[in-house]
Design a binder for this molecule. Structure first.
Ligand code: NDP
Ligand code: AKG
Length: 411
């Protein structure tokens, strides 16, 4: 099942639990706007190359649409649609005043030089600048993009609209970025994990973790778990996977990846088959890379007791069912990875106020938002007798439905 079909299915289940009217259901499901643009750039050798860029603006009932931009070869309209819809429910789950959007370009950023990436980002921004904006749609980083990408978008957008730092979040600090945003998604994952484990009378200390993906989200989650006394026993990236049952020294692994560009040949751990990571013995599995990695092929073999969905849509609905039957507790993506967009909201607020917060304030506020959201999700689970995914979906969908109804339908 592709990401869009899976996301629609979760939404429909939530709408049915909430007893939403069928007209309202269709209105919430259909995206506000889908943008598809051709981006042609000269490569460094002078040859021309064309890419397709997308921005899907899913819903703006609760505020400006918000969501990252992904550079990855598998980006297509269906995937961006699914991710945009997830953003609508996610911003509502953590109760920040935004709707949902997502963008992407079907390219492999590893095949492009820095100047090619800059040209591609500027051309994409030229094509969408009229449709994004501080109070309309505010992009941010996602897979394959980073603070530098946001700096290029800000610079290109500002040529048309004047200096506008709040038009993107996840910017470099020197250009109005927020302290704590780079670590925020990983930090939010750890706050969410701590809150979940506390519900089960456990804590991060002495628990074992397997982490798929060692980019922005995975490396920060691993670092903070390691700092908190958790044992990260397996980590993977695109180059392969490593394990050490006594716990990997994450600080050393970060240095190794920084200097060699990969996890391979790290002296403090042994190589393992990357597909083994997801089914390796551990207490907590944290997927931090691609979607759909837990599916009917491997779900029955998962040994973790808890899954924290740091990636977007890592669990296919068929896997969801298999894992639920096994009693695995899954903390869903629209809550677990919401720390990134929450601190993006703090960044946007700081830009609009023209006042910078210190990092402790950012992190303390983030903990408050993540803790409160889990309590709200659990309230929905109790009211509707459902699991955490449906608790989060019903919470998010209900908030967006309420905002939509309050706005009314008169033309
Ligand atoms: N950045 C953010 O603020 C947010 C991100 N997310 C989600 O988190 C996930 C990760 O995003 P982010 O960390 O930003 O992306 P990055 O591009 O920074 O990192 C992605 C990581 O995944 C690894 N990877 C890619 N393919 C595979 C694979 N087949 N097997 C194992 N690892 C793989 C990459 O390997 P390598 O390092 O070798 O390239 C890299 O380590 C995505 O699903 C994203 O949507 C969710 C909320 C916010
Ligand atoms: O920070 C943001 O605005 C969006 C982050 C994002 O793309 C996500 O949560 O999936």
């Amino acid at each position: 099942m592709n990401a869009l079909a899976a996301t629609n299915r979760n939404f429909r289940n939530a709408a049915s639990i909430l007893g939403l009217d069928s007209k309202l259901l269709s209105s919430l499901l259909i995206p506000f706007r889908e943008i598809k643009v051709e981006c042609t750039i000269p490569k460094d050798d002078g040859s021309l190359v064309s890419y397709i860029g997308f921005r899907v603006q899913h819903d703006n009932a609760r505020g400006p649409m918000k969501g990252g931009i992904r550079y990855h070869p598998e980006v297509d309209l269906d995937e961006v649609n699914a991710l945009a819809q997830l953003m609508t429910w996610k911003t509502a789950v953590v109760d920040i005043p935004y709707g949902g959007a997502k963008g992407g370009i079907g390219c492999d950023p590893k095949d492009l030089s820095k100047s090619e990436l800059e040209r591609l980002t500027r051309v994409f921004t030229q094509k969408i600048h009229d449709l994004i904006g501080i109070h309309a749609d505010v992009p941010a980083p996602d897979m394959g993009t980073n603070a530098q990408t946001m700096a290029w978008i800000l610079d290109e957008y500002s040529k048309f609209h004047g200096h506008s730092p709040a038009v993107v979040t996840g910017k470099p600090i020197d250009l109005g970025g927020s302290l704590g945003r780079e670590a925020a998604t990983g930090r939010g994952v750890v706050f969410a994990t701590e809150a979940l484990l506390a519900e089960h009378g456990k804590n991060v200390k002495n628990m074992t973790f397997a982490i798929q993906g060692f980019g922005n989200v995975g490396s920060w989650a691993a670092r903070l778990i390691h700092e908190g006394g958790g044992k990260v026993i397996a980590v993977s990236d695109i180059s392969g996977a490593v394990k050490n049952l006594n716990g990997i020294d994450i600080v050393e692994l970060l240095k190794h990846k920084e200097s060699t560009g990969s996890l391979q040949n790290f002296a403090g751990a042994e190589a393992m088959d990357p597909s083994e990571l997801l089914v390796h013995e551990c207490d907590v599995l944290i997927p931090c890379a691609l979607g759909g990695v837990l599916n009917r092929e491997n779900a029955a073999d998962v040994k973790a007791k808890f899954i924290v969905e740091a990636a977007n849509h890592p669990t296919d609905p068929e896997a969801d069912e298999i894992l639920s039957k096994k009693g695995v507790v899954i903390l869903p993506d629209i809550y677990a990875n919401a720390g990134g967009v929450t601190v993006s909201y703090f960044e946007w607020v700081q830009n609009i106020q023209g006042f910078m917060w210190d990092e402790d304030k950012v992190n303390n506020e983030l903990r408050k938002y993540m803790t409160r959201a889990l309590q709200n999700i659990k309230g929905m689970c109790q009211t509707h007798n459902c699991n955490l995914r449906m608790g989060a979906f019903t919470l998010g969908v209900n908030r967006v439905a309420r905002a939509t109804l309050l706005r009314g339908w008169e033309g």
